[in-house]
Design a protein around this ligand. Structure first.
Ligand SMILES: [Zn+2]
Length: 169
């Protein structure tokens, strides 16, 4: 694989997990489930397959050097709305304590079975889906320390925090 990306969050399936079958799902219902299961203090991921009745996603266009700030990219992402599209939701959760390493809260992506619809989920609601919540106790952070574009880059941390907060909430 020789595709590059400025950021990636990856994990293997966890043997520590919770399964909830035949549940409707929205961001609010997911938060309620996590609260009920007392899973707020750890890292989580979800996977659910089914039909999304209403789906809103955004997609970041491919960027070229000199790369624009994250805030500019995030502010110029096209938004798409779909109805009754079948596919897989995958997402990660970390609580606000870890904001900075990640954006606290849920971050969910969707890809349709026919691979024609996908993106960063802004809102969704499903009928009945089978949900798996993986629970993680470790976070590994890898930085590209041999990449001089990365090591020599002057980061506007205050602006970056503001942009992440704006884009991911
Ligand atoms: Zn995303």
């Amino acid at each position: 694989m020789n595709t590059t990306t400025p950021f990636a969050s990856a994990h293997k399936a966890s043997t520590n997990n919770v399964k909830v079958n035949d549940t409707p799902l929205t961001f609010e219902l997911l938060e309620k489930l996590v609260n009920e299961q007392k899973l707020n203090n750890t890292f989580l991921s979800i996977k659910a397959h089914g039909t999304i009745k209403n789906l809103q996603v955004r997609v970041a266009p491919k960027q070229k050097k000199p790369y624009p700030d994250f805030g500019k990219v995030a502010a110029n992402q096209p938004v798409f709305n779909y109805e009754n599209v079948t596919g897989t939701l995958v997402g990660d959760f970390g609580n606000d304590l870890y904001t900075g390493v990640m954006a606290g809260g849920w971050h969910i992506h969707f890809i349709s079975d026919d691979r024609t619809v996908g993106g960063h989920v802004l809102s969704f609601d499903t009928d009945s889906v089978d949900l798996k919540i993986d629970i993680f106790d470790t976070l590994n952070l890898h930085l590209p320390t041999n990449n001089t574009d990365f090591t020599k880059h002057d980061v506007d941390f205050a602006g970056l925090h503001a942009a992440i907060s704006q884009a991911e909430k």
